[in-house]
Design a protein around this ligand. Structure first.
Ligand code: C5P
Length: 220
């Protein structure tokens, strides 16, 4: 059922991992499945939003052709795709597990095995959420995710402030039914205003619905 507030929105969602190529056959990646971001894109769409999903590699996709999906591979490609669409969007939900580093050098030919060790140099990738947070207008709303192993709430709050987010969704790594590849998630919502709400274990679809509800109650 469409929600009047949500129907007016164009929502940008990022999902999945990024792969940072080293040579034609190798990359640096991570175990993100894209399930959380896909659920968010679908729930906003079902409530009437226009949705652009920028999705990294992986076998899963959204069920609705009405969701404008842009497939990307690397952090730089995800960054460029998001930059292009962000000025038209009122809401950004950054659920992708973007690689923080990429190989300094891309080898056009497959790197041959040698007897000696191989030292890989890495460069920083762009921080997509922080970049868009920096240009956020008073009419735009940004939601990010955090996965922390220590000082969870404090670190998440620092990220929210640094990246100029309005809400950060902290993923618990203390629960085995939460995180990469699972269908469930245990999250804590932390708002810009400092309000902290620990949710119970839910399906990723339920968490996505909580995010839609939060936006309908709090978006500018
Ligand atoms: O700093 P950290 O990677 O822990 O922040 C996580 C949040 O920032 C997530 O919302 C993630 O999608 C976003 N992010 C991003 N681009 C990056 C790194 C993280 O958009 N290069």
């Amino acid at each position: 059922t469409p929600l009047p507030v949500i129907e007016k929105l164009h929502v940008l969602v990022t999902a999945g991992p990024t792969y940072e190529a080293l040579d034609p056959v190798r990359f640096i990646g991570n175990w993100s499945s894209g399930k959380m971001g896909i659920a968010i894109a679908e729930q906003f769409y079902l409530r009437g939003a226009k949705v652009t999903l920028v999705q990294g590699p992986g076998p899963l996709s959204v069920r609705f052709s009405g969701i404008d999906t842009i497939r990307v591979t690397s952090a730089n490609e995800m960054h460029d795709a998001c930059q292009k669409v962000w000025t038209e969007c009122q809401v950004g939900v950054f659920a992708a597990a973007v690689a923080d580093y990429k190989p300094r050098q891309y080898h056009k030919e497959k790197i041959a095995k040698k007897e000696s060790d191989f030292i890989l140099e890495l460069d920083r990738t762009p921080d997509i959420a922080a970049g868009l947070g920096g240009t956020k207008t008073s009419q735009q709303f940004i939601i990010g995710f955090a996965m922390e192993t220590e000082n969870e709430i404090n670190n998440a709050q620092r990220k929210l402030n640094k990246k100029n987010m309005d809400l950060i969704v902290l993923n618990s790594l203390r629960d085995e039914r939460s995180g990469f590849g699972t269908d469930t998630n245990k999250v804590t919502f932390i708002s810009k205003q400092g309000h902290v709400e620990a949710k119970k274990l839910k399906t990723k679809v339920e968490v996505a619905n909580d995010i839609v509800t939060y936006v309908s109650n709090n978006a500018p």
